[in-house]
Design a protein around this ligand. Sequence first.
Ligand code: NA7
Length: 560
Amino acid sequence: MSKAAGAPDRSGGPDHEFIIIGAGICGLYALHRLLEMGRDVIALEAHPGLGGTWYKNRYPGCRFDSESYTYGYSFSPELLQEWDWSEHFAAQPETLRYLNHVADRFDLRPHIRFDSVVRSAVFDDGAGGWTLELADGRRLTCRFLMTALGLLSAPVKPRIPGIERFQGTSFHTYDWPEGLDLTGKRVGVIGTGSTGVQIIAELAGQVAELDVFQLKPNWCAPLNNSPITREEMAHIKAGYDEIFARCAETPGGFIHGPDRRPFHEVSREERLALWEKLYASPGFGIWLGNFRDILLDEDANREFSDFIADKIRKRVHDPVTAEKLIPKDHGFGVHRVPLESGYYEAYNHDSVRLVDLEETPIVEINETGVATSAGQFDLDVIVYATGFDAITGSYDRIDFRGRDGVRLRDKWADGPTTYLGALVSGFPNLVMLGGPHSASVATNFPRAIETSVDWAAHLFAHVMALGYVRIDCDPDAETEWTRHIQDLYQRQLLRKAKSWFTGYNPNIPGQDRTRYLIYTGGAPRYRRELDEVAADGYRGLVFSSPDEVPHLTSSEGVTS
Ligand code: NA7
């Protein structure tokens, strides 16, 4: 069954067999897979262009911290051979160009509806599908709904009194104004996560004054980026099979896999030698290629954190500033590790000031800038690098309603409940891609979403082959999976962290507590769990044929 791109079916069935929400890296791949299967599918994209995260994050310094050549899609050997990456860690414009190239190469664009902000998605039991309402009043119906909403697509500004009074230019990093010229400006950056760290390193010395408002420091490590030469790219292209095979076997889906030697059995000299090597190496090796015990054992973690603290002390000239940049409340690697290029050296510029908000909190934002308990900082521009309502925020912003009008937002009030990070009981025909409880966080995102999309594509092939019209999941399977997610956290030091990995966000009422949002068992195990469920006849899923769904006539059923 296939229709012309986007042409609504007026014959009594839904407008489309499938709708995917989102045309970022995940939505594009899902769209491609379903088109390849000959299905009638469109993707709805909120923004005027495709690329999701890479469309929206345009701040100075925005770039990969995954190796470029492990971030590309792996599904097409031709695509792999024709695309050249210019740097080991490509900057945002290059990634966006890549995604546009993919969309054109596989003719995806005609199947994407841009400027389509979904406000609500309601499951209609009678029609056996979903009705979507868009911000501009359009209504669209589909049999199956897939979400590719992005993990970090709901930006959050801080809750600071007077924030609306500021008369200068201010914005969240997700909404960086096009063409903004910061030359000669007094700029304040609030927030020092991965985003703030990239911006601060880029702006230091480029603007008249840079004030960094830091709540708590993060452990950062060098990215060690460099250009990819023509010879290197040829070598990479020749070795893609091995690269992806390597990614498939590491917990994070990167080329970096943990050193599993017991930390306490390795001599101090050997540990230091490894750490020096990792500190000078590109990418996440320092986090994911380190001793596994560092993320599990407090003593091992402390020793390595001390090593990094000394590096910070060496790189920052002013010892008082250096101490403020060293985290005291958590060890290395239990929060997401920002990779940096000259971040610590930024503080050696006379024009850069670090404002420690633990010592001198922000009292208010006013017409001319930021007032802390230490005094007023007059600014021309305020950049809110304060992060996102991570993982579930993009779901909460759409009014999803399942059977009997149950709201997903209410069902997830205490944290998400899912089966396999893909299904939610009572929300039939909704398949989440790379959503909460999947292995798409703390892993190489494209590798993870290929897992999710491929699994969903096989599931739908099964559904089509057997003529089912409804997929739901067993509430017990959902409870068990959700408990499994919580159990996995208990093995890791990250369970104690207060960061978006644990669903913590002090700027959102009700989120100043731990929530279990991500699958922390590693990408290979996640893939295995999905495969086992499929091999076991989709254990935990409940399928219905047209005759089991009373309001559906067989002519509205799905055909293969
Ligand atoms: P993050 O990593 O959530 O960082 C947000 C930062 O903003 C972090 O330093 C917060 O401090 C800080 N923050 C939050 N609220 C405030 C207030 N009220 N005042 C001052 N500072 C505040 O978001 P990013 O955008 O940097 O990174 C998100 C992901 O994008 C990243 O992990 C990559 O995967 C890509 P805190 O840590 O809470 O002390």
